[in-house]
Design a protein around this ligand. Structure first.
Ligand SMILES: *Cc1c(COP(=O)(O)O)cnc(C)c1O
Length: 658
């Protein structure tokens, strides 16, 4: 497959001035702002992923780009239908590399005496091939894993083979969990238990004595720094995690009494996820360093300072301290941390520790995108009106019709009120049986015509009256996308997360429609109606008019973190297809892995149905119908086959392949 393409001729229609170029699309969708170099638009109007080539020493000169649409075509040729999650392995590799290199550079420039050891928190994306890729590619940087449960520890133990990488165990730990971690110690793995509550310590001490293995222990503190953004309750006194200062001293005391204070080597502080403001990070690190120094004063050997997650992703591309953005770059984050630790610990005359961070979101967000096709569009365009009404039409209809013929720049506000007044009057008359369905439909259509004219006028004026501010949103199109928000983008629903959303093709054409996107769950919450833009969050997204000759594909980007396993089976839409692609130096790409999404039989068995039994029940009804002579035996056979095929099929909308 070649990435070179003759660019399509810009056939301009009245809707589409020839002056539109891909750089207009680039600005409109903010690609350069949120894409941080991984996403660009190529001259033929397709979105492309850009990665560093294998010649990594020469990063700037060896870049390779692949059109996302080409990958979609390759997927369809392989029978992988939409919706699908597309992962670009190179992007994940590059994120790990950038994080580690940024810390190494900061350590060098600040003359810092310790090293950096990143760990990836498994909960952020537990998918096997993601963890395998992180363990595999991360090995050169001794990048480790963070586990928050027994299941995740089992993943970490099976995936990490580099003994210079760390395993950090957070979360509540029972004896079984502790035993697994202690065995890891015997294998030579640096596996830390981070205490969330004092109650965990006796279990660790008891198991350690029973197995005669010395544990590595960390303590998680409650930071008093309240961070900006959505996760501000992870920090501060109200955090449900971490030890209070009293509990911390209690732990120190217990360890001393057990003669195990030498096991206390790590301080853990997680301020929350998606921290948009660098000042919060600096304050958090400062406070953590004070705890760190004091614990050394208490006689603990220490050596590791774990600053948790929180490194943000600029979903908006706005570079601000608002919730979905961040006011710092990766290198500033690293320099801030390294510098703050050095200053604070030098002042306390404490040696520099190994710095750990548990960046999840920032590591995996960029490498995945959700792709879906648009199934249908509903618009609110008025139908053509008759040139005049009939004499016998209701007087109110005549009044409404008159409004439509007079609306202009000066009277639009008055016309707006009049139109709604007459429309409501017709609706009232309909309720009382005084006008018919056709009258009501005509009234609705004339009203739409008036609102449509007003919306066009509003585009030309500076100050929009407050009551009309939402008009263009009320009139926007609804694009029905072949996906489930609850399955694939749960954070949009749960925490009002915003992600970059845009078409992956036709970007050399001006998008002439304003739309929101609805999913196919038939739940009124299953929609995307907040979009990023260079002007801030907006309620509609510019999209192209569908044409019959090609599928229209939309991508939702930066979805690699937290979305996949938080999703649920609302309306029994299951896991989507997943494809993992590696881009080669020559601009080709390989499908490294393909995972079929759930079949209908799969999701039914998740909710305890027995697909075999369901088929049998259906067979019995069909057989009864044959006996009753309502259908023939061969009709029965066709029905059973359709039932079986559906059970094996995808839970999403399947287009006939042509
Ligand atoms: C969730 C979590 C992380 C990951 O945070 P990100 O902001 O995604 O990097 C790290 N550490 C702990 C303890 C967590 O709970």
């Amino acid at each position: 497959m070649s990435k070179l393409k003759t660019s399509t001729v810009n056939t301009s229609t009245p809707d589409q001035p020839a002056s539109w170029s891909v750089s207009d699309s680039e600005k409109l969708y903010g690609v350069k702002d949120w894409g941080t170099g991984y996403f660009n638009i190529c001259d033929n109007g397709e979105l492309e992923v850009t990665v560093q080539g294998p010649d990594a020493q020469n990063a700037n000169t060896s870049k390779t780009a692949v059109s996302v649409l080409d990958i979609v075509k390759g997927m369809r040729e392989r029978g992988m239908e939409m919706p699908a999650i597309l992962r670009i392995e190179n992007v994940l590799d590059q994120r790990i590399k950038e994080l580690n290199e940024a810390f190494h550079n900061a350590i060098e420039s600040c003359d810092y005496q310790g090293v950096y050891r990143g760990v990836f928190p498994i909960k952020v994306n537990q998918q096997c091939h993601v963890i395998e890729e992180i363990a595999d590619f991360g090995r050169r940087f001794h990048h480790g894993l963070e586990a928050g449960s027994k299941a995740e520890l089992i993943i970490a133990l099976s995936q990490l083979r580099d003994h210079n990488s760390l395993i950090i165990c957070n979360g509540y730990k029972d004896a079984e969990f502790v035993d697994l971690g202690l065995y890891a110690r015997e294998l030579g793995i640096a596996c830390f238990f981070v205490l969330e509550t004092p109650a965990e310590l006796p279990i660790i001490l008891e198991r350690s004595r029973a197995l005669n293995i010395k544990p590595l222990i960390g303590v998680r503190i409650k930071s008093s720094v309240i961070v900006d953004g959505h996760w501000n309750e992870d920090s501060g006194d109200r955090s449900i995690f971490g030890l209070s200062t009293t509990a911390l001293l209690d732990v120190v005391e217990q360890l001393k009494q057990a003669d195990m204070i030498d096991s206390l080597q790590l301080l853990h502080c997680h301020l929350g996820s998606q921290i948009p403001n660098i000042r919060n990070i600096r304050s958090g690190v400062q406070e953590a360093c004070r705890f760190y120094g004091e614990l050394i004063g208490e006689g603990a050997p220490m050596g590791y300072l774990d600053l948790g997650g929180g490194l943000a992703v600029d979903y908006e591309g706005a570079k601000t301290n608002s919730t979905h953005s961040m006011n710092y770059r990766l290198d500033e984050y690293c320099v801030n941390i390294v510098e703050t630790i050095a200053e604070s610990l030098d002042a306390q005359q404490v040696p520099h520790p190994c710095i750990i961070t548990e960046s999840g979101r920032s590591t995996v967000a960029y490498s995945s995108m959700l792709l879906f096709n648009v199934l249908d569009v509903r618009n609110h365009d008025p139908q053509p009106l008759p040139p005049a009404l009939k004499e016998g039409d209701h007087e109110t209809l005549h009044n409404l019709f008159a409004v439509n013929s007079v609306v202009n720049e000066r009277n639009f506000q008055e016309c707006y009120n009049d139109a709604l007044y007459y429309r409501d009057e017709i609706r009232e008359l309909f309720r009382r049986g005084q006008v018919g369905l056709r009258d009501r439909a005509l009234a609705d259509n004339i009203t739409l015509a008036v609102l449509d004219k007003i919306a066009k006028i509003l585009k030309t004026i500076e100050r929009i009256p407050p009551e009309l501010e939402n008009l263009s949103e009320l009139l926007c199109d609804i694009y029905y996308g072949n996906f489930s928000l609850f399955q694939s983008l749960p954070d949009i629903w749960a925490i009002e997360q915003v992600f970059p959303v845009m078409p992956i093709q036709r970007l050399n054409e001006q998008p002439t429609r304003e739309a929101i996107i609805a999913d196919i769950t038939c739940d009124c919450d299953g929609k995307i109606d907040r979009f990023i833009s260079p002007q801030g969050i907006r309620k509609t997204l510019p999209l192209h008019k569908l044409n019959d000759s090609e599928e229209y594909y939309i991508g939702v980007f930066l979805v690699g973190a937290y979305q996949e396993t938080l999703g649920d089976l609302h309306n029994l839409f299951g896991d989507t297809n997943v494809v993992s692609v590696k881009i080669n130096g020559d601009g080709d790409f390989d499908f490294i892995r393909e995972f079929q999404g759930d079949s209908i039989a799969d999701v039914l068995s998740y909710v305890e149905y027995e697909p075999k039994q369901m088929l049998e029940q259906f067979r019995r009804s069909a057989e009864q119908a044959v006996r009753d002579k309502r259908i023939s035996a061969s009709q029965r056979q066709r029905m059973l086959q359709a039932f079986k095929d559906s059970l094996q099929g995808y839970t999403y909308f399947e287009r006939e392949q042509h």
